[in-house]
Design a protein around this ligand. Sequence first.
Ligand code: MV4
Length: 591
Amino acid sequence: MFSKILIANRGEIALRIVRACEELGVPSVAVYSELDRDAPHVRRADEAYLLGPGPASESYLNVEKLLEVIERTGADAVHPGYGFLAENAAFAATLEQHGITFIGPSSSAIDAMGSKTKARELMAAAGVPIVPGTTEPVDSVEDARRIIAESIGFPVAVKAAGGGGGKGFRVALTQDELQDAFEGAAREGEKFFADATVYLERYLPDPRHVEVQILADKHGSVIYLGERDCSLQRRHQKLIEEAPAPAVEAIPGLRKKIGKIGTDAAAAVNYSGAGTIEGLLQDGEYFFLEMNTRVQVEHCVTEMVTGIDIVKEGIRVAAGEPLAYTQDDIVLRGHAIECRINAEDASKNFAPAPGKIGNYREPSGPGVRVDSGVGPGAEVSPMYDPMVAKLIVWDADREQATRRMIRALREYEIGDLKTLLPFHEAILQTPQWANAETCRDLIEDRAWLKQLAFAKAEKPADGEAPKVEQQYTVEVSGKRFEVKVIGAAATTGLQATSAPRAAPKRSERKASSSNGASGDTLTTPLQGTVFKVVVELGATVEEGTLICVIEAMKMENEITAHKSGIVTELPVTVGASVSVGDTLAVITAAS
Ligand code: MV4
């Protein structure tokens, strides 16, 4: 076993790794930025060292500084967690050269899976089913047009080769949309991964996102720990994950089949450590999308149904130990759900909502697990990922796990901060969730999301009956919901009162708004750089019309009109920096 492990990460995952180290009896070293001085992972580790100022490039991505701390502390292994340096093959190679163990796969396995075209080629050669499309980069729109005509057909997905997780992913439903999709994917690839290479896949109209958890040791053993369904996502950010996947449960023999696809994929790149095969499941058919060569945010739901500590097992195999389990040891029991608790305002199209946490109390009781990186008084910075905690529950089946999750969400108190707690509580009470649908229609439905604005974190005092001040019905996608507004606070008891429903709007791919506004003035809810201004002074706009795009943390945030009218002031210019509350436009009612 290692003598000391340095954890090159922050937040809940850093704390998760500290706990694993402690249970393994290995001292842990935390690192932190100036903004994270008082963070739980810093307090709980055996030692902690400052890396630098807040920006990740100067702290959590600062390889030189990390190497300094490694040398100084005598750590002989580095756990990268997820994000930051976790899938950086060059970093893994640098550690290999210094004789330090990177807790994860070899740099060559990271590299092989990092290029999505290379990965597709390798997987096809290994007999792993990939989504039909190209394994070679496509150099121009003309080439794309020819290849689509010859083999793939429309609709088509254009994806950035350096991508993953939906970055640089565009859809062209028809020939007319191809050029925009192609150029958009290439531009995003260039921006995020400094690689404008794109490839094509047949666009599957209604798949489930199903992923297989893999564990592999350095002696050639590879096993799978069942699968997770992560279909409930918004703009490719996963929001709720569960294990097992209902769609896999429904088809006898399917788990074994996708499990073999997963272990074949891992074996093809000589994988070791914990990893995940992401794929699409449609009509009982499973297709490889990409491999994440790290521990994932949602690994916890698999831990809950298998009883296996994936983080500890990953550390053990990195130290050269053989897997403690064979495939026959893996038994799935019950059902687990994870809700990502982000500092975001779902009623304002998931606008980032950083700030200082007031009162803070985590839920507990049977079957409840909280992996959090915050506590009372914590400052949630706009500089890092908005996910402040994960709430995970286990129960005997999906329905009971859902009830337990709703109970735990209600018990969770995060004062003074807008979080996704009300969003999760509402979504878990919909018939779509009960039917194990992807809920894409709801997540994109601004009217439905707006109702969440009434759902305050505030609750009636213990024993006090909630006072209903308003009760009304809203109709969304042909379905009626009862909304109760209770005093200053409210329940999020959105319950369907009728069943008919329009088909999910699968073609909705454009973002809607996230904005701050008061009166006629539209302000920016986030700090960033103006990337694009779409309207002109004097333009007539409807509520929801795209006004401008603000880039923050490499994400393009579309800001839309908060009301209908005429744009009478437009003080924004492309390239300008804006801070929270700055005026973007003034919209005056048309007379
Ligand atoms: C797709 C797809 C349809 N066809 N690829 C890529 C990244 C991940 N976030 C989801 N991705 C998708 N890739 C092809 N060829 C549809 C999605 C997709 C999706 C899939 C299942 C469940 C929910 C989804 C939400 C958005 C996009």
